[in-house]
Design a protein around this ligand. Structure first.
Ligand code: NIG
Ligand code: FE
Length: 424
């Protein structure tokens, strides 16, 4: 007797299961294990993957009134975008024009533009506006195959607007099929009113804002909520970053850091010392800190859309990181300043070229390893029995077309928690 399930997807030319390794991420030279099943199929029930196998195995054991025949197509886990600033108001198109004319990102930031320009626009927006402006971006992410998105605050830089951003994230998470993972980034920039006294702003973060976020979490968010800091010249020093992250930890928040985007200040060493879940950007990282990363459980998150978006020519030294044994992930960094990119497919295309990853490695960075970068390792980003059925069917017959092709959306069907949420 065959067993009834809600949905069967079968005849996948290639099913890439993207397995964990020893219940952890795919590290170092073992990165790129796609866990390929040819002529693969999955049986899904109650939003969960009930069984995985060849089409013969699955169709011989299960039946469903809803079946999806994906002959000649590729199926993978839903993509996980582990670093975005997807909630903001307005845009910075005028600054973009100045940047292509020669102004640098740091120059614009120093004269009160950059992040602080988006802060002005975000402070002036109410909750409904924040939700309305972010929704289509998240929608496009989903249409491009992303099923879980980390979302940072950091355009409020005052308690009220930072909490408003968290409220926007909670509303969008509830209203949309996507799962959002919130991160408090009150330490994204020193707001103009504290420009003369950055340490007073750090006091405010530690004494008022982080406790307010911990209280918000207790009321609204049972899952993990991260605390992040932009450790960079012109933003926060290593010592300030340490104070902020230690306060976050004390408040029960998970930890992340933006380190080495432009300058190597020692933020990655701090990340390893504090055992942050991830260290992100990692463009200017020193050899010594790459070695430390490789020996740690901190996930190295590279954001190739950011140097690309800035027209820079330096990318994370992914090969050295893998050589050191690090666990690498990639993200879009979607934000209005450096990288307004909603597509993990594009991030994979850049990762193959500029991080020199194989398509298999880029795919692992965007799925199984990306899940570890947001504390959901082994739960999402992998096709495994008993896990949520977050899947993408791609309009390709060889998974290597992910990373190889770019500029058009190859996602054909996106499944979130067992439900089809996008089809083209
Ligand atoms: O990750 N580095 C800091 N934050 C963003 C930029 C945000 C912005 O410019 O609005 C980044 O690149
Ligand atoms: Fe960022």
């Amino acid at each position: 007797m065959s067993q009834a399930v809600d949905l069967i997807i079968y005849n996948a030319h290639q099913l890439c299961t993207m397995p964990t390794h020893d219940n952890g991420p795919q590290r170092g030279h073992r990165l790129g294990d796609v866990g390929l099943i040819e002529d693969g199929a999955v049986a899904i029930h109650d939003g969960i993957i009930e069984a995985i196998g060849t089409s013969d195995e699955i169709c011989g054991t299960y039946y469903s009134t809803t079946v999806l025949d994906v002959t000649n197509l590729v199926m993978t886990p839903g993509l996980v975008d582990p670093h975005t600033h997807a909630i903001w108001a307005g845009d910075r198109a005028a600054e973009f024009e100045r940047r292509i004319a020669g102004a640098t990102y740091q120059e614009l930031m120093a004269e009160g533009g950059g992040i602080n320009s988006t802060v002005r626009q975000t402070r002036a927006a109410d909750l409904a506006t924040l939700v309305d402006q972010a929704k289509p971006r998240l929608e496009r992410m989903m249409q491009n195959g992303t099923t879980t998105v980390e979302c940072k605050t950091g355009y409020g830089l005052e308690t009220h607007t930072e909490l408003n951003m968290l409220n926007a994230i909670a509303i969008l998470d509830a209203e949309m099929p996507l799962d959002l993972v919130p991160t408090f980034l009150g330490a994204h920039a020193v707001p103009p009113e504290y420009k003369r006294d950055p340490d007073v702003y750090v006091d405010l973060l530690v004494q008022e804002m982080i406790p307010a976020v911990a209280a918000w979490k207790a009321e609204h968010w049972p899952d993990e909520l991260f605390c992040d800091v932009f450790c960079e010249d012109g933003a926060f020093s290593v010592e300030q970053s340490r104070r902020i992250l230690e306060a976050g930890q004390l408040g029960g928040l998970g930890l992340k850091i933006h380190s080495d985007e432009f300058e190597a200040l020692g933020g990655t060493r701090l990340a390893v010392e504090l055992g942050t879940t991830s260290a992100d950007h990692l463009v200017a990282t020193s050899d010594e800190e790459i070695t430390l990363l490789g020996q740690s459980n901190t996930i190295a998150v590279s954001l190739p859309c950011t140097p690309f978006g800035l027209g820079h020519h330096h990318y994370s030294r992914a090969k050295a990181m893998l050589e050191a044994g690090a666990a690498l992930a990639i993200a879009t960094d979607c934000n209005p300043g450096t990288a307004w990119c909603e597509s993990m497919q594009f991030s994979m295309a850049l990762a193959t070229r500029y991080l020199r990853l194989t398509p298999a490695q880029a795919l692992a960075c965007a799925t199984v390893n990306a899940a570890f970068a947001i504390g959901r390792g082994g739960k999402i980003g992998t096709v495994a029995v008993g896990k949520p059925a977050d899947l993408v069917v791609w309009e390709i017959d060889d998974y290597r077309h992910l990373g190889y092709r770019f500029g058009s959306n190859l996602a054909k069907t996106v499944v979130k928690h067992g439900k089809i949420v996008f089809e083209q």
